[in-house]
Design a protein around this ligand. Structure first.
Ligand SMILES: Nc1ncnc2c1ncn2[C@@H]1O[C@H](COP(=O)(O)OP(=O)(O)OP(=O)(O)O)[C@@H](O)[C@H]1O
Ligand SMILES: [Mg+2]
Length: 266
């Protein structure tokens, strides 16, 4: 069984039908007295691909970062795999369980330049999960195969192209066997064909492995082809949460319509 399939079978065991894989309720975060997350409720179902769009500064990255624990909200609950990992803004005793189940990939390449691909992948699982070198290497081989990068296991990250680095960054996130992968504009520095390749990896992970993905992107072609759901952020709130077809072709929200039209023209 592939690692993503393993993790999903695990999610089936610990989850239950009433509790989504991720449930964030009333997330609140302010910077300099400005509410950037204004009581956000956000659920992710197992195996679901959510595309998040919205104007610059509307709070998309802050939402993903808050779910991943890179931002501390002032208020809000987060449940992951049925476990409450944040309550009233505070981390609970189950926090470590939740953090381990959330993977995140960023726009800028975050690979260590002085390490090869294998070491980039195995560092965290060895340190945090206590895997032996051979266990971590076996896991790295699998994760790299999932993103079509197995042949680069000994390459230095500086020898890789941008698209290859992002595929390795996805593999590195898979190493921790996340239940959900949060991706923040991971293709915005790439040329369109390379971006399509990287997004194709995510679509395949969803189709073949049932991995849940939340993706901030302006790539509307990917959203209409591969997303189960389109979430439109406006002023720190989710203004629309609907199917891509509904959002693109039958939209009755004027702000969303204007946003989608502007992105399409880009
Ligand atoms: N660490 C921080 N300190 C101060 N302000 C911040 C911080 N992080 C985010 N902000 C502010 O919070 C607001 C929301 O930021 P966020 O990065 O979530 O927006 P975004 O929707 O992801 O925008 P973009 O599309 O440009 O990436 C912005 O006004 C930003 O300046
Ligand atoms: Mg952002």
């Amino acid at each position: 069984m592939s690692q993503a399939a393993e993790l999903n079978s695990h999610a089936d065991v610990v989850g239950n039908n009433d509790v989504p894989l991720v449930r964030a309720t009333n997330l609140c975060k302010s910077f300099h007295d400005r509410k950037v997350l204004d009581g956000v409720d956000f659920d992710v179902a197992a195996g679901q691909v959510s595309v998040i769009i919205g104007k610059s500064g509307s709070g998309k990255s802050t939402l993903l970062r808050a779910i991943a624990g890179l931002e501390e909200p002032e208020d809000g609950d987060v449940t992951i795999d049925g476990k409450l990992v944040r309550s009233g803004g505070e981390r609970t005793a189950d926090w470590n369980h939740g953090a381990a189940r959330v993977g995140m990939v960023f726009q800028s390449y975050t690979l260590w330049p002085h390490m090869n691909v294998l070491d980039n992948l195995t560092l965290a699982p060895r340190k945090i999960l206590g895997l032996s070198a051979s266990e971590a290497e076996a896991r790295a081989e699998k994760a790299l195969a999932e993103v079509g990068m197995a042949h680069h296991i000994r390459s230095r990250s500086t020898q890789l192209s941008g698209g290859e680095r992002q595929r390795v960054a996805i593999a590195r996130a898979l190493m921790m066997r996340p239940a959900v992968l949060l991706c923040d504009e991971i293709t915005s520095a790439l040329d369109p064909p390379v971006a399509a390749e990287v997004l194709g990896v995510l679509a395949r992970l969803k189709e073949e492995e049932g991995l849940a993905v939340c993706l901030v992107t302006h790539d509307m072609a990917f959203a209409s082809k591969a997303a189960d759901r389109l979430v439109f952020f406006l002023n720190g709130r989710i203004a629309v949460d609907t199917s891509p077809d509904q959002a693109f072709n039958h939209c009755d929200n004027p702000e969303l319509k204007a946003f989608v039209d502007a992105v399409r023209i880009d």
